[in-house]
Design a protein around this ligand. Structure first.
Ligand SMILES: [Zn+2]
Length: 503
């Protein structure tokens, strides 16, 4: 994720009211005899998002169908989830909100289900033996007009939840699921550590284009509608599944090693009448050159089977999201290249760090945002878009204030800031690490971490262990100070820099 400053202020000011201290994970207690199975837990115990995630199974595959009609916000939908049980189950839950569930089948049999709206859960009753692959098909109606505030957040009267999950555009919509909204799109195990492969089937009017992750497997027309079927080669986490529908110009290019690069830019104009298509295309066409730069930095080929960007005619301008294989941008993609190129590199870097290597918990989010910002600012500095060292110094000087307001990056005070307040501290910490261990070791740490956890998930401890091993030093206190201390630690290489509380 990246955002404009204005958006960040709005968001943190609004969500900063915070998570109620009384919120605790509601974890179902396993009480039934093991022979008959017991309920899967209704939470994975995340500190920032205590209701998120579900236990007792591991999703292997989602097969999602959505039918978009321009004259209504509701969409007939279904998802078939193939999962592997990790215990004998008597029931299990999925994250689900703002959906009208019309039926649930397990291995083809209709089964009882109920909703817990407060916890955003769909609870399914079915007996499943341990270590068994099973299919759950859920038929439902999704509603793009619904944008409920997640559990545990409190907002002032009259203030709407500021994050749009379903992004509205004049010609369609797009999905922004991060951090905890993918289960508005489809019932799922909406947690970054449960990655799965996806088949996405989008039925839209034939004058629209529908895009999603991975390869286009098939496309067929029937009675004025077209169904587009996409499939991913790699497992990805639910919150970065891209789905977008609109009137797009398609731009085909080739990246390093023959990587297919396919981008989509809106044919609509901005609300102020500005043409978006050509300026967006100018930015999108930088993708192969930026991929080559990033591959050279990280020393590894792009993680996925294809890449590209989608540019929306959205008033939701300031944000971009690292949706896997196809990053999603608002109207900002029409900004001048010197402004937008670093953000393009940011979302591209997330494909390695954040997507291919996903975070184990939301407290590990610096692994994603810190790396994305590290490569983004390095690129901006090398291209002469910024004074790299001067910007770093300013960032460092502000760190103590950020820490006071939002908490350290590894122990944030409120969940809303997970997308916005982990990137700068993460970048500073990585720049400092680079200084401490030198360029060659730093690059080896990055490559080793990527190689070991690619297509999986990793925690802060996993990164620290690799840094310690490859540097031959105990850097744990260094990481602990940056991630968990209330006080900004010294900046390696810059003993004259200071970060103090705001007056
Ligand atoms: Zn980001």
């Amino acid at each position: 994720m990246s955002s404009s400053h204005r958006f960040t202020v709005l968001l943190t000011a609004t969500i900063g009211l915070g998570l109620s201290a009384t919120l605790v994970a509601t974890t179902a207690v396993a009480s039934a005899p093991a022979a008959h199975g017991s309920p899967g837990v209704h939470s994975l115990g995340d500190r920032l998002f205590p209701t998120l995630g579900n236990g007792g199974y591991d999703v292997q595959d989602y097969d999602l169908s959505l039918r978009y009609r321009p004259d209504r916000t509701t969409m007939a939908a279904s998802v078939t989830i193939r999962a592997l049980s990790t215990q004998a189950l008597s029931s299990f839950s999925l994250d689900s909100v703002a959906q009208r569930i019309t039926g649930v089948r397990v291995d083809g049999r209709a089964v009882p289900f109920r909703l817990d709206p407060a916890q955003e859960k769909l609870i399914v009753t079915a007996r499943i033996p341990d270590r068994r692959l099973f299919d759950v098909r859920i038929d439902y109606v999704a509603d793009r007009s619904q944008n409920p505030a997640p559990p545990g957040t409190t907002l002032p009267p009259g203030v709407d939840w500021p994050i749009e999950a379903w992004v509205k555009t004049p010609d369609g919509f797009a999905t922004f699921g991060q951090p905890n909204r993918a289960h508005q799109f489809f019932p799922s195990n909406d947690y970054p550590s449960d990655k799965a492969r996806y088949t996405v089937r989008l039925t839209v009017p034939s004058d629209r284009t529908a895009v999603s992750a991975g390869r286009l497997l098939a496309k067929y027309r029937h009675h004025g509608e077209t169904t587009w079927i996409y499939r991913t080669d790699h497992p990805i986490k639910p919150d970065v599944l891209p789905i977008a529908v609109g009137r797009f110009r398609e731009i085909e290019q080739t990246g390093p090693h023959g990587l297919p690069v396919r981008s989509y830019v809106t044919l609509e104009k901005a609300p102020n009448g500005q043409t978006l298509t050509e300026p967006m295309e100018l930015n999108a066409r930088q993708t192969p050159a930026q991929l080559a730069w990033l591959e050279q930095q990280i020393g590894r080929p792009f993680p996925y089977e294809s890449y590209g960007v989608v540019g929306l005619a959205s008033a939701y301008n300031g944000v971009a999201l690292e949706t896997a294989t196809l990053s999603t941008f608002g109207g900002q993609l029409a900004a001048p290249p010197e402004d937008e190129a670093p953000t393009l590199v940011h979302e591209m870097a997330h494909q390695y760090f954040g997507d291919a290597v996903a975070v184990r918990t939301w407290d590990d989010m610096w692994l994603s945002e810190g790396h994305a910002r590290y490569y983004e600012r390095k690129y901006a500095g090398e291209r002469g878009f910024i004074d790299y060292t001067a910007e770093l110094k300013t960032l460092y000087e502000r760190d103590q204030s950020l820490r006071d307001e939002q908490g350290p990056a590894g122990r944030l005070k409120n969940p809303g800031s997970v997308l916005f307040d982990t990137d700068a501290p993460g970048q500073l910490m990585l720049v400092g690490l680079n200084h401490l261990v030198g360029d060659a070791t730093f690059r080896t740490i990055e490559r080793t971490f990527y190689d070991r956890y690619r297509d999986g998930v990793a925690s802060t401890a996993d990164y620290v262990a690799i840094a310690n091993q490859l540097s031959g030093r105990d850097l744990t206190p260094y990481f602990d100070a940056w991630l968990y201390s209330p006080i900004t630690p010294p900046m390696p290489g810059h003993p004259d820099w200071h970060s103090t509380k705001k007056a």
